[in-house]
Design a protein around this ligand. Sequence first.
Ligand code: AMP
Length: 282
Amino acid sequence: MILFKEAKDLKKHLEKCKAQGQSVGFVPTMGALHQGHLALVQQSRMECGVTVCSIFVNPTQFNDPGDFEKYPVTIENDLFLLEKQGTDIVFLPSVAEMYPEGLHSTIHYDIGYLENILEGYYRPGHFQGVCRVLHKFLNMVNPHIMFMGRKDYQQCMVVKKLIELYNIPTLLSIVDTLREPDGLAMSSRNMRLQTDDRQKALAIYKALSYIKDNITNSPLPQLLQEAGSIILQAGFEKIDYIQVCNADTLQPVAASDGITPLVALAAAFIGGVRLIDNVLID
Ligand code: AMP
């Protein structure tokens, strides 16, 4: 496994790989790696000749500075896991390497309504920061395929839009959410949960699964209310949103027509930790 800290060295190395006919797969992460991240690496290794994984806690995508400061950093363990998984290249840039122009930006990515709904509504500026960092990474790595997790459903849609907007010659491959044996979606933020909150956190998946299992039996507004109660009664202190949307557009729906693919999404706080999850309703 080769470790790069500067984009120019990484680019030079990747140009050689590409000249030898190797395809490049890219897995961007913010570190504190778990099996969900490693599933992306595994997928990339299956599909591409060279796998690059980046670890960078991107300051411009945190709307809450407290969340940024508390974001777990476990770099030694991350490198150990990546090496064990057979990762070819790790890119570990500094903030100065990624943002030589400074953190403030005047560029606005035109991602349309995706910017203002769900995650975008509750985390103003978040997707601008995501687009900014990924646009830079895509220019640096120029991968054939970028692998991202369905766990961040709206992020995947935003990145699709970014790729379209700039005609970026990279394919986006979306990998299913990896879950703990009890169903909780794996997340770097789970590390911050106290033991009893970890048990209660499962309610977010239970609530989304409840919607999925009952969508043909009950009116959607009633289901959403019941799902909200499942989350709050388990001990979550606050729900940002719980919604059922068209799986292709993310526009909220009022009812299921039994045909259109839907997705149930939620974001809620437990023990001060904000968790998100989603479940596809095909
Ligand atoms: P993060 O480090 O949280 O920015 O995540 C890096 C990538 O891993 C993103 O594409 C996430 O969607 C993906 N990811 C995070 N958690 C999971 C999971 N439980 N299963 C699959 N992919 C995940």
